[in-house]
Ligand binder design. Structure first.
Ligand code: ZN
Length: 236
């Protein structure tokens, strides 16, 4: 890993290839002069996610006016964490709700772990801004997606790495419908179409059928959320 001079005009985007992180990547390309992406291999059920992120990156670099700002992609192997955090995301267990009211798709501590790795990478790459698609308005209510949690982690990273990191969460207060509105503001209908066609959200890794909202099984919680958000936005 080569190092780079530290710049507040550089951002590292936590990028899974889904609708939310794709929108965050377009947001970061508009805002920062140098943008890199990081993805995490924690033993997801489906390699389709990892393929989708490459296609979304390539298409954004090719079609967005700020596409030339898009730099390296990093994929970090955290399958050791995945083996601890085994849930419906990484095994074939059914999606249920536990005693905290959290679905079994909740991977305990996942975003906290992502951000620790991202900060270590950003330190080496000279980037102070970490951009993630975490969102408080998701029905899932994952506690590590709340701004309060991320404020605490930002403080921990600043103290622990002695860098003035900023955790940017442009989608924090947006509904899924408003995330489509943001995409259109950032890149017009072309960006909406790019995200619809190439981003991947389905927990089951289905890409067989093309719906109005994109590809997916249509029945898992991620597909339902995406379908509902798109329908709400399209009806406006
Ligand atoms: Zn699905």
């Amino acid at each position: 890993m080569t190092s780079a001079p530290t710049s507040s005009d550089a951002a590292l985007v936590l990028f899974s290839g889904g609708q939310d992180s794709a929108t965050c990547l377009a947001w970061a390309l508009r805002r920062y002069g140098r943008v890199e992406t990081v993805g995490f291999d924690y033993g997801q059920r489906h390699a389709v996610e990892m393929q989708a992120r490459q296609v979304v990156r390539d298409e954004m670099a090719r079609t967005l006016p700020e596409g030339r700002r898009l730099g390296l992609d990093h994929v970090i192997d955290i399958r050791g964490f995945g083996s601890i955090a085994d849930t419906a995301m990484t095994s074939e267990r059914a999606i249920e709700v536990d005693e905290r009211g959290l679905p079994t798709t909740f991977v305990p501590g996942r975003n906290l772990v992502f951000l620790i790795y991202a900060a270590a990478l950003a330190d080496r790459r000279g980037m102070l801004n970490l951009v993630g698609g975490m969102c408080e308005t998701d029905f899932s209510g994952y506690p590590d997606c709340r701004r309060e949690t991320l404020d605490a982690q930002q403080q921990a990273l600043r103290l622990g790495l002695a860098r003035d990191f900023v955790i940017e969460t442009p989608l924090m207060q947006l509904t899924k419908a408003e995330t489509w509105t943001l995409a259109r503001q950032l890149g017009g209908q072309a960006l909406v179409d790019l995200i619809l066609e190439h981003s991947h959200t389905c927990y089951l890794g289905e890409r067989g059928e093309r719906h109005a909202w994109g590809y997916g099984c249509g029945t898992c919680p991620a597909c339902q959320l995406r379908a509902r958000g798109y329908a709400e936005w399209a009806a406006q």
